[in-house]
Design a protein around this ligand. Structure first.
Ligand code: DLL
Length: 454
């Protein structure tokens, strides 16, 4: 039996969320953004109860999983009872590929995306009309928090297609009342021309692509500071405070972070407020985050670092309960939106962690240090080889255009020394000429594991 022939089983908890009509003033905050912590938690309890019943009654895979674990949605009596329910991960979605995890019949589905998936089978994400409304409203909320205003022109360079970035950002920008230029990724020369001619105030893309685009402007003889861009809403890959500073100076704009993942919906799960620029507020009226110890699976307290786990609270087509993201971060109290907790910058994904002779290293740690050294650019790759039965990490990094090779080599030695002191491991370095390392039009690949070949 396929999921599209499964009729939803009635349960007596009504769907707790219906999309609000767009406000007359689109720059106004949503009422939920201003909720107190207590109001958010009350809402979360009610919405979680609905989600658990919705999943159990309509998705055989959740029912089997919960029956196996001896738990039932009725056991959910208070927020902490969420911990009674087992985690799921990408494997759960793969096992139910393509449509078996859907909780509504196919004729209620309006959109199907799929996440890239670095290994083999993609994971499918589907949306009802309400899910698409919810998604658009949260992307609009995230962009508004970042300083985007109704009436702005938005150059959207996130990839369109099965990837959720392009269309997700697109609908959100329209919802906010912006004019969207659906540029998608790549074709850097064309992007330069369109930005120059259309004069958008806002750009949406990955942080590393915005750097690549700066090279495109330089090639066209344009100083990025002279463009019309005032706001950049950047995400889809880890980036650091050093990178923010670099981008803000390069373009003379404000850069804010936006976070999301396909399995939950796409961009807009969390967004950063321009007035504080202190990490993304997770929109907790629609998602309940937890931080867990990735090894033991124990739930950790706010402030402790671990793996981010998410539960959707209002998703109809694909309810996601306790999904392990593999993203490593910690939670802090909300600031600009006090009812919603913030996630600190993502250090990386547990699967991006390089273990070099016992020391754990993330590319973001190297980015942070490299950006402190004047002669080195933010363009680098990491190659892992195993020449003499020992793993070696080689950092290939471009020198800055205005630095001599000798100065960049001295900078390279400084980088190695800093890595040794601050991270505790020894690496090799190769200084590359400007514009020689690969650029990406979307998520940048930093790590090249060549151990098989060495
Ligand atoms: O990258 C959705 C997205 C599109 C987010 C555009 C923001 C902007 P996926 O392709 O499923 O979805 O990848 C999700 O990307 O688990 C993180 O590892 C990483 N990621 C996304 N946003 C950020 C961010 C989209 N702001 C995976 N900082 C996530 C760090 C991020 N990592």
């Amino acid at each position: 039996m396929t999921s599209n022939s499964v009729a939803p089983i009635a349960h007596n908890i009504p769907q707790p969320w219906t999309p609000p009509a767009p406000p007359a003033d689109r720059n106004q905050l949503d009422a939920e953004e201003l909720y107190s912590r207590q109001e958010i938690e009350r809402l979360q309890f009610e919405r979680l109860r609905w989600t658990l019943h919705h999943a159990y009654n309509n998705v055989p895979a959740y029912r089997e999983l919960y029956d196996e674990h001896g738990v039932h949605p009725n056991d959910f009596q208070k927020l902490d009872d969420l911990q009674l329910f087992p985690y799921i991960d990408k494997e759960f979605l793969r096992e139910n590929y393509p449509f078996k995890a859907l909780a509504v019949p196919m004729d209620e589905i309006r959109r199907i995306h799929a996440s890239s998936g670095t290994t083999g089978q993609p994971t499918v994400v589907a949306y009802t009309e309400n899910d698409i409304e919810m998604w658009a409203s949260l992307v609009a909320r995230s962009m508004r928090a970042a300083g985007v205003k109704a009436g702005y022109k938005v150059h959207n360079a996130y990839g369109y297609g099965l990837f959720t970035g392009g269309l997700g950002a697109h609908y959100g920008a329209e919802r906010l009342g912006c004019a969207v230029v659906p540029m998608s990724g790549g074709q850097t020369d064309k992007q330069v021309q369109i930005i120059t001619d259309f004069q958008p105030e806002v750009i949406l893309c990955t942080p590393t692509y915005l750097l690549a685009l700066a090279d495109g402007f330089a090639k066209a003889g344009i100083n990025p500071r002279d463009t019309s861009l005032k706001v950049a809403v950047l995400g889809a890959e880890p980036w650091t405070e050093g990178m923010r500073k670099e981008i803000e100076e390069l373009y003379d704009l404000k850069a804010c972070d936006i976070y999301g993942l396909s399995e939950l919906m796409g961009p807009g799960v969390a967004g950063e407020a321009v007035e504080t620029q202190d990490g993304c507020h997770i929109w907790e009226d629609h998602f309940r985050p937890e931080i867990i110890d990735p090894i033991s699976g124990n739930v950790l307290a706010d402030g402790e670092s671990g793996e981010l786990v998410f539960t959707t609270l209002t998703r109809e087509a694909l309810p996601i309960i306790r999904f392990r993201t593999h993203d490593l971060t910690s939670l802090s109290e909300g600031t600009a939106r006090p009812g919603h907790r913030r996630m600190n910058r993502i250090t990386g994904r547990s699967d991006d962690m390089i273990i070099l002779r016992g020391v754990n290293i993330f590319p973001t740690q190297i980015e942070e240090i490299a950006l402190e050294i004047e002669t080195l650019s933010p363009h680098f790759t990491l190659e892992i080889t195993r020449p003499h039965r020992m793993d070696e990490l080689t950092i290939k990094i471009e020198r800055r255009e205005n630095a001599t090779t000798e100065a960049a080599e001295a900078g390279g030695r400084e980088l190695l020394a800093q890595i040794k002191t601050r991270i505790g491991c020894s690496c090799k370095i190769e200084i590359a000429e400007p514009n020689t390392l690969a650029r990406s039009s979307g998520k940048l690949r930093r790590i090249y594991d060549l151990r098989e070949q060495s």
